[in-house]
Write a protein of this length. Structure first.
Ligand code: SF4
Ligand code: SF4
Length: 367
């Protein structure tokens, strides 16, 4: 059973009090310098520190008080528990967060298959020759599903995800006790963007990340980069395609050399390799560092990213064949499930981490 939110916070407070007296790890990441600015730790502080932590594991292996020492200091695992609990604590609406945390992969898979089945069934019911036909040229996708219906379905779930994430971020920001004015400080924002873009603190103080053993490597950071930048490229590809549609009157699918396809292909390759690498790293992770019981939503998120990319690339390569109809339905189903689960899993960690980095940049400037 995962430790309750209060138990994790109590343990985090105990560890931060020990670490604040020790301070041996202050050069490893942002967590320890931020901790040193405090003498006591309320819940907001602990959630802030937990979301600064990248779980690189360095402070566990470096610690003279880690098990079997009686102090049993395990900062990465405890902060991972607090962090995972923070996804639920700040999620909006709250009643959905527990449901997704317990059954993330099942709900995401069921949502993907249900939407794909509904789309494919609806097309086949109206005219099976359209579902299994070969469609080419501009507007080929919309012979299966009208553009306006696609926009309503996916625009709706996308806007819901944005609203839920903004509400969650707002609660996080209030809970850590940071005023809104911090968000207008350009220097702090810029520093946070640089730290987030480089994943500055996922290197165990410069040597790399400890994952399966005490040998540090940079592979987790590489897979994170592939996932993050792959996602951003796919998002850019979709945004440009939307502009093409509404501003230039150009309908998808586009030729292979066109910007949305080039960006989507490069991003898609990143989203195949990155999530696979992160899943592998998760499975190989030293048991002492694992936050096993809460892995459901993280696995669901990585799986949805991977399958969004896989079905998207399959659709690209087979779009002029009779497989296009089923592949389009499957791709749309996975994208729907991805959007639906975004506010309740690992994705929000990126938002909370960025907010925590903004606060850290401000505190560093003022210190
Ligand atoms: S993790 Fe261990 S070594 Fe590092 S600061 Fe805390 S108590 Fe000290
Ligand atoms: S980022 Fe690494 S070194 Fe820093 S607290 Fe987390 S696990 Fe420890």
């Amino acid at each position: 059973m995962p430790a309750t939110s209060d138990a994790s916070l109590e343990e985090a407070e105990r560890l931060m009090t020990i670490c604040n007296a020790c301070r041996y790890c202050e050069g490893l990441c942002a967590v320890f310098p931020a901790m040193e600015l405090r003498r006591t730790f309320d819940k907001g502080d602990l959630n802030y520190l937990a979301n600064l932590c990248h779980s690189c594991g360095a402070c566990y292996y470096d610690c003279q008080f880690s098990p079997p020492h009686e102090f049993k200091v395990n900062v990465p695992k405890t902060l991972a528990e607090v962090r995972s609990n923070s996804y639920q604590r700040y999620a909006w609406p709250g009643f959905l967060s527990g449901l997704f945390a317990r059954n993330g992969l099942v709900i995401a898979t069921a949502a993907a298959l249900s939407v794909a089945g509904f789309i494919a069934g609806f097309i086949a019911y109206n005219d099976p020759t359209i579902l299994f036909g070969t469609h080419t040229g501009p507007g080929a996708f919309y012979k299966l599903m009208p553009h306006d219906a696609m926009v309503m379905l996916f625009g709706g779930v996308f806007l819901y995800a944005i609203l839920a994430m903004v509400m969650g971020l707002r609660t996080f920001w209030c809970n850590i006790g940071e005023p809104r004015s911090t968000l207008t400080e350009t220097r702090s924002l810029w520093q946070a963007m640089k730290d987030a873009g480089r994943l500055s603190y996922l290197d165990g103080g410069g040597v790399g990340c400890m994952n399966e053993d005490e040998e540090p490597t940079d592979t987790r950071r590489t897979y994170h980069h592939l996932t993050f930048y792959g996602f951003m490229l796919c998002f850019a590809a979709t945004s440009i395609a939307t502009l093409y549609h509404y501003l230039l009157g150009r309908e998808a699918p586009y030729p292979w050399y066109d910007l949305p396809v080039v960006l989507g292909t490069i991003g898609g390759i990143g989203l195949l390799i990155g999530p696979m690498g992160l899943l592998k790293a998760k499975m190989n992770r030293d048991e002492a560092l694992r936050d096993e019981p809460r892995a459901g939503m993280e696995v669901a998120f990585l799986a949805m990213l991977f399958f969004t990319s896989l079905t998207g690339l399959a659709l690209l390569f087979l779009r002029e064949t009779p497989a296009m109809g089923l592949l389009l339905a499957l791709h749309l189903g996975v994208v729907f499930a991805l959007f639906l689960t975004l506010p309740y899993g690992k994705f929000v960690h990126g938002l909370y981490r960025f907010a925590a980095l903004v606060r850290y940049a401000k505190e560093r400037k003022e210190a």
